[in-house]
Structure formats: structure tokens, C-alpha cells
Design a protein around this ligand. Structure first.
Ligand code: NAD
Length: 490
């Protein structure tokens, strides 16, 4: 721990001294107005950095830089983009220690998970580096009178707007395919966790990415974010965040007919039938809600358990929750670190009162830990009904709501009775039941007898209010590219 802390302080010193600048056309620059905001650490509320608070003029400069760089970047052969993106992946790996420690201090996420998130960021670049040479591929469609040839071309400069949870990994997941497709980028990271986005753009340029291909604009959603979604040079917005922000972005982008891709919230069920492997199910359900502080869109936030095993399963989950180490994110033993920010902590804590008022039982946790920092105990609500706010609203913390069900029909009814439809987890050893249930579940991604294990070529995204569009594999190129048809009469 001491060693981690000393290295983290070393890496953070530059941010304390220089702040977090924008990056426009290859230059690190402050906001034109000179305005800044403070980014604080959830560990102790200390100011980590003063961050450029950009306005429409900064976004305009970044969008112009992205537009100016687009012609050369799209013309670069896929094989060269492949090499360059691999270099970025190598450079991320070389600085993984710095990325992980800075991210832990900025977000409160435990270092044991952030070390992996940094490496996963490099994997995202490698995956899309390998796909870059085929990004423009299309189909040949023939009939008696014509040969039609389709191909794809990059849509143009794009805006990428990211949330505060696992910001490094998520940014790579959105930006790597944009670059592989031949798009240039303006990135607006979340105001609660802006540090590693700055590292990422620097790493990319040091690895050889031409200036202007990737621009960074910091600031608030309602000014910098808004200006990006309204800018005429920006052809598409890839957004990850809350549903109500997605609605605003759609409205803001309407005048310029923006293409949008939304990855939004979830209230994901994990459904455990009495024929399931209970040990594995408990293990996976607790991992999916109590790792990453529960601040993850695919967290298993509703535990639906068949009534015959409800008491056994919830007792086991409570036991796990009570054992989990809550502590400083740089302690290698820590599983749950502080929540991102006092504002978010207040929201999570308010659900403890809501649970009591709604008549649920707090079977584990339900309280703040200590006086300093945004620490809360891993929490389990039992005896809940699906119409309670604790079962309907995304809490986005280490808080699990357990609801009993009788049979398949009731499990499906409860699982689907939310506005969201991102992920679902199903535990049963009955194949017929697994097929019936997966057919009926309203979710973009369903894992059977497994926690969330990502295979990068598979589609990622949600149905209902959990999003619009898919990424992963080739799906990301569908968003970042236009398909063009050329017809030749024969
Ligand atoms: P948020 O919607 O508050 O903010 C996300 C980003 O949007 C930030 O960069 C913010 O500055 C910006 N923004 C805010 N208002 C804007 C506006 N009017 N115009 C343009 N940009 C604006 O979300 P958050 O609280 O940072 O993140 C948590 C949410 O993200 C949760 O709902 C979570 O489920 C969701 N999320 C979804 C996925 C997924 O893949 N489905 C992944 C991670 C997080």
C-alpha cells in the first residue's frame, strides 16, 4: 500500500502543478476563457487538479482541428493505421502502472481492478488495430443486369462523450474503433474523473498519432458537452452515460442531424433458479455488484431468487457482503473503494432511507463508513418487491436488491418490469428453461451460468432505455462509417 501511494503521489504531482489542459490540434492548451474547475479525490476530498473548463469556443477549435486532420487520416492505408494503433496499445501497456494508480485516485476504484482496466484499454486498441485493414470492406451484390459493390467510409470527425465510471477503459472502447474506422475525434470526458483521458491522448500522440486526429476538451456537460453535440463539423456522437443526458443529446443534435450511439443505464437482473449451481451463482452475483464499487452499467443490481432457495441464497450473499474489504483504493486488499464523488455518495445513501421507508429489510450494509471520503458498506436489501424504487432505479453503487419469485413466468415478468434492458444473468442447469428464459428476457446481453465475461467481437449494448445501437466487433464500424453502394450495369 505505501509503495502504491508513493508512486501515485509521484504520478499525480504533474496534475497538481499543471492542472488538466485541453488538447487541440496537438497542443496542450487551457480554456480560452482561462476558466477551470477542481477535480477532487473521493479518497479524502483533496483537490487533485484544476481542470480546463471549456466553452463553445474551445469546442469549436477542437472540432476545426478534427476536421482539418480528417482528410489525411482517412487516406492513411488501413495497414498503417493497424501499426499505429498497435503502437498506442504498446505505449498504454508501458504506462499501465501510472494509468491504474491515477485512475484509482481519481475515481476511488480499487487498484486490483484498475490494473486490469488499464490492460484492457490496451487490448481494445489491439483488437481494433487488427480490424483497421478490413474496416472499409463491403459486399458484392449481383443480379442479371448489375453488379453492386458496397464499401464503407469513415463518417467524419466524431464526438465521444464519456461518463465517470472506469473512464480510461471506456474511452479506449469508444475511441479505438473510431480511429480504426478513419474518423478523427473530439473527446469530452466526465467532469468527475478527467485525469486519465489526458494521459491517453498524450500517449497516443507520443506513439505517433498525427496532431489533430484526437482532440480533448474538458468541461461541464451543459456547456462543453452541449457545444460538441451542436457543432456542425461533428458528424456523430458516441455517448455513454445516463438516459436523461441521452435524451438531451438527441434534442441538442437534432438541428445538425447528428447520428447518435447511446450506451445508457441498467437495472440488470440476475435470476437464480433452484436447480442452479448456487455456489457459482452467489459468487458471480456478488462479484457483479460489489466489484468496481457497483459503479458499472452491467452490474447485477437486482437478485431474483426462486422462493424455495431465497433464504439460503440471500443469507450467503449477506455473508459475502459483510466480509468484503472496504478501504483505500490503493490497498491491494481493498475490493470496495470510495464512491466517485460526495454528490453521488449522497444519492446512494439516500436509497438506504428509501429502502426503510418502502418496507424492505437491510440484510447487510446500509451505512456510510468513516467520516472522511465517500465510503459506503456493500449492501443487500431483502424482502423487496419489484415496484419499489430500490428495484426500479439505477443506484450505481455496491447495493443489491433481492426479490423472490415462484416460477419461470414470474421470474420473466419481474425481470422485464423495468425501464432498462442492458444485461441479464441467468442461473439454471435446465437447458430448456435457459432457452425459454433467454427468448423472453428484454436485455441486449444475456449471460447464462456466467458473470459478465466480454468477448470483444460480440455486440455490446442495451434495449429499451439502456441504449441505442451496438458496439464491439464490426458493430462499432457500422456506427462510425457510412456504407456506399456503387452500381455497374453488366
Ligand atoms: P452523465 O449522463 O451524467 O454524464 C455522462 C457524460 O455526459 C459526461 O461527460 C457529462 O459531462 C456529459 N453531459 C452531461 N450533460 C450533457 C449535455 N447536456 N450534453 C452533452 N453532454 C453532456 O452520466 P454519468 O453520471 O457520468 O455516468 C453514469 C451513467 O453512465 C450511469 O447511468 C451508467 O449506467 C451509464 N453507463 C452506461 C454504460 C453502458 O455501456 N451502457 C457504461 C458506463 C456507464
Amino acid at each position: 500500500f505505501d509503495d502504491n501511494l508513493a508512486r501515485a503521489q509521484g504520478y499525480l504531482a504533474r496534475f497538481r502543478e499543471d492542472g488538466v489542459l485541453n488538447h487541440i490540434g496537438g497542443q496542450a492548451v487551457p480554456a480560452v476563457s482561462g476558466a477551470v474547475f477542481e477535480s477532487i479525490s473521493p479518497v479524502d476530498g483533496q483537490v487533485l487538479a484544476r481542470v480546463a473548463r471549456s466553452g463553445a469556443e474551445d469546442v469549436d477549435a477542437a472540432a476545426r482541428a478534427a476536421k482539418a486532420a480528417f482528410a489525411d487520416w482517412r487516406a492513411m492505408p488501413g495497414a498503417e493505421r493497424h501499426k499505429l494503433l498497435h503502437k498506442i496499445a504498446d505505449a498504454i501497456t508501458a504506462r499501465a502502472d501510472e494509468i491504474a494508480l491515477v485512475e484509482s485516485m481519481d475515481t476511488g476504484q480499487a487498484i486490483r481492478f484498475m490494473a486490469k482496466a488499464a490492460i484492457r484499454g490496451a487490448e481494445n486498441f489491439r483488437f481494433y488495430a487488427d480490424k483497421a485493414p478490413e474496416a472499409q470492406d463491403g459486399k458484392t451484390l449481383r443480379n442479371d443486369a448489375q453488379i453492386n459493390m458496397t464499401s464503407r467510409r469513415p463518417i467524419g470527425p466524431v464526438g465521444v462523450i464519456t461518463p465517470w465510471n472506469t473512464p480510461f477503459m471506456l474511452s479506449t472502447w469508444k475511441i479505438a474503433p473510431a480511429l480504426a474506422a478513419g474518423c478523427t475525434v473530439v473527446h469530452k470526458p466526465a467532469e468527475f474523473s478527467p485525469l486519465t483521458a489526458r494521459l491517453l491522448v498524450e500517449i497516443a500522440e507520443e506513439a505517433g498519432l498525427p496532431k489533430g486526429v484526437w482532440n480533448l476538451v474538458n468541461g461541464m456537460g451543459e456547456d462543453a458537452g452541449r457545444a460538441l453535440t451542436e457543432h456542425p463539423a461533428i458528424k456523430a456522437i458516441a455517448f455513454v452515460g445516463e438516459g436523461r443526458t441521452g435524451s438531451m443529446i438527441m434534442a441538442q443534435g437534432a438541428a445538425t442531424l447528428k447520428r447518435v450511439h447511446f450506451e445508457l443505464g441498467g437495472k440488470n437482473p440476475v435470476i437464480v433458479f433452484d436447480d442452479a449451481d448456487i455456489d457459482r451463482a452467489v459468487d458471480a452475483a456478488t462479484f457483479m455488484i460489489y466489484s468496481l464499487n457497483g459503479e458499472r452499467c452491467t452490474s447485477s443490481s437486482r437478485l431474483l431468487v426462486q422462493d424455495s432457495i431465497y433464504d439460503t441464497v440471500t443469507a450467503r450473499v449477506a455473508e459475502v457482503a459483510n466480509r468484503i474489504k472496504v478501504g483505500h483504493p490503493l490497498d491491494p486488499e481493498t475490493v470496495v473503494g470510495p464512491l466517485i464523488h460526495p454528490v453521488h455518495e449522497k444519492k446512494v445513501l439516500s436509497f438506504f432511507d428509501t429502502a426503510r421507508a418502502e418496507g424492505a429489510t437491510i440484510a447487510a450494509g446500509g451505512e456510510k463508513v468513516g467520516d472522511t471520503g465517500c465510503y459506503v458498506r456493500p449492501t443487500l436489501f431483502t424482502q423487496a418487491r419489484n415496484d419499489m424504487a430500490i428495484a426500479q432505479q439505477e443506484i450505481f453503487g455496491p447495493v443489491l436488491t433481492a426479490i423472490p419469485f415462484r416460477d419461470e413466468a414470474e421470474a420473466l415478468e419481474i425481470a422485464n418490469d423495468v425501464e432498462y434492458g442492458l444485461a441479464a444473468y441467468l442461473w439454471t442447469n435446465d437447458l430448456g428453461r435457459a432457452l425459454r428464459m433467454t427468448d423472453g428476457l428484454e436485455a441486449g446481453m444475456i449471460w447464462v451460468n456466467s458473470e459478465n465475461v466480454r468477448h470483444l467481437p460480440t455486440p455490446f449494448g442495451g434495449v429499451k432505455n439502456s441504449g441505442i445501437g451496438r458496439d464491439g466487433g464490426d458493430w462499432s464500424f457500422d456506427f462510425y462509417m457510412e456504407t456506399v453502394n456503387v452500381c455497374l450495369p453488366t
